[in-house]
Design a protein around this ligand. Structure first.
Ligand SMILES: Cc1ncc(COP(=O)(O)O)c(C=O)c1O
Length: 445
């Protein structure tokens, strides 16, 4: 029987007095009313649902920002995590190496997207992994610059915020710190220039890199590498033309640039393959991993790299809590389950069915486009289909309407894209019920 909302509802409420208390205390301790994302205070979480302090159950279409790919509190992962905590507690992985880190490295190598990735570096988060990958590229190549794409997100640390460029608002006050990052447009098909096909837009971006970046901003041998999100998830699930990604890999080869693949959100089955880059048949030189790697139970990030980039250079990267033994054990188990239970394939199957249903929503007046790969789906809201002007107020209304009706979609403050990124283990009927809630909210408008 699915662990859906009904099974939660039967449980005893943990007491509504918490709700009143938190309502009062939230604005005092945490974010402002304006920026808060949900009106839910979670009492417990399980599978594809969370339950609030009043006992109300919600379908979780966020997998906690694409992290709990195996559902909330996956029992098998929990077991090995607790066992590793008992056995090892915390050990500094670069001073007192431990068994779980070696087992994780072996498991990652087994699951790599291409055989050239033969080395592993451990971090604490997706941000740390993206930044670690960039550090390796710069320090191994002795070149100071990184080329990135407008709209990408790699984290909010000073470095990753400026390597990415999700929004000018997030870069506010820090703009001047990003001297090492060059940016080109991300060829997002829905917002391509008039008269161009998606592929032509991709070609145009490649030409832009050659003519406007290499020709006018920095010579090719000053650029260490290119960082790409194979699907730009935080931007709103932007899926680039395959021809563009392959062309970019060729450009990297031609200029001796490291191809850095940020798989923090696209990895671990999210897009219907183990790694997002596998959709494009490209072999990256560096790959950043985070979020779903430990089943959401322990924070950990990882970078995989080639011999050339990781085998020799002494790179100043790392952090004390990187490679926590329990996080490594959780990650090894998660990778085992992803393969054993064919979770990426499941994500592809469920995602294709969901996309088919969601495509119908494009008939609604304010739905500009529905798109997705695997369980990485987006609804782009526009004021009207001709102008394609972003309609972020509607995003907010849809989000809070869904929450009120017991479903939490993925939505970021101020965004005009509502995303569906549920656990990859979600039961088809729970996913359908969640999509019912989103559809009803869209129809109410
Ligand atoms: C592509 C990508 N890279 C890096 C990060 C940063 O990961 P974290 O917030 O877990 O540090 C994210 C987070 O959303 C991401 O989507």
């Amino acid at each position: 029987m699915p662990a859906g909302p009904s099974s939660h509802r039967r449980k005893k409420s943990v007491g509504t007095d918490y709700w009143a208390r938190y309502q009062q205390l939230f604005p005092r301790y945490f974010w402002s009313e304006e920026t808060r994302l949900a009106s839910v205070i979670v009492a417990d979480a399980k599978g594809s649902t969370v339950r609030d302090t009043s006992g109300k159950s919600y379908i979780d279409l966020t997998s906690q920002w694409a992290t709990n790919n195996l559902g909330n509190v996956p029992p098998e992962v929990l077991g090995v995590t607790v066992e590793a905590l008992r056995r090892y507690g915390f050990l500094t992985y670069f001073m007192t190496p431990h068994i779980p880190m070696i087992e994780l490295a072996e498991r990652l190598i087994e699951n790599r997207p291409s055989p050239n990735l033969s080395r592993v570096f451990l971090e604490l988060s997706g941000t740390g992994a993206a930044e670690g990958a960039v550090k390796h590229a710069v320090e191994a190549s002795h070149r100071p610059l990184i080329l990135s794409f407008l709209g990408q997100y790699h984290g909010l640390s000073i470095g990753t915020n400026l390597i990415g460029s999700l929004s000018a608002h997030e870069r506010r006050y820090w703009e001047a710190w990003g001297g090492g990052a060059l940016h080109a447009p991300y060829p997002f098909p829905y917002r391509r220039p008039r008269g161009m096909s998606p592929e032509e837009y991709g070609d145009w971006v490649l030409e832009y890199i050659e003519e406007q970046v290499v020709g006018r901003q920095a010579e090719a041998d000053r650029i260490a590498g290119v960082i790409l999100e194979p699907v730009a998830c935080e931007a709103g699930i932007w899926i680039p033309p395959a021809k563009f990604v392959r062309g970019l890999a060729k450009l990297c080869e031609a200029h001796d640039w490291f191809f850095i693949d940020d798989e923090v959100e696209t990895g671990l089955g999210r897009t219907g393959k183990m790694w997002g880059i596998e959709h494009f048949g490209v072999a990256p030189d560096l790959m950043a991993i985070g979020k779903g790697i430990s089943g959401g139970l322990m924070p950990i990030g990882a970078v995989m790299g080639t011999e050339e980039v990781m085998g020799e250079a002494i790179v100043a990267a790392g952090t004390t809590f990187a490679g926590h033994p329990a996080a490594c054990a959780a990650a090894t188990k998660t990778l085992e389950i992803l393969r054993r239970d064919k979770i990426p394939e499941r994500s592809a199957r469920l995602g294709a069915a969901a996309l088919k249903r969601m495509k119908e929503w494009e008939r609604l007046p304010n739905v500009g486009e529905v798109r997705g790969l695997g369980l990485c789906l987006a609804v782009e809201l526009v004021r009207d289909k001709r102008s394609r002007k972003a309609f972020s107020e509607l995003g907010r209304r849809i989000f809070f309407d869904c929450v009120e009706h017991g479903t939490i979609p993925l939505w970021n403050y101020g965004d005009h894209v509502v995303r569906i990124e549920p656990p990859l283990t979600i039961e088809p009927e729970t996913l359908d019920a969640g999509l019912d809630a989103v559809e009803s909210a869209l129809r109410r408008g």
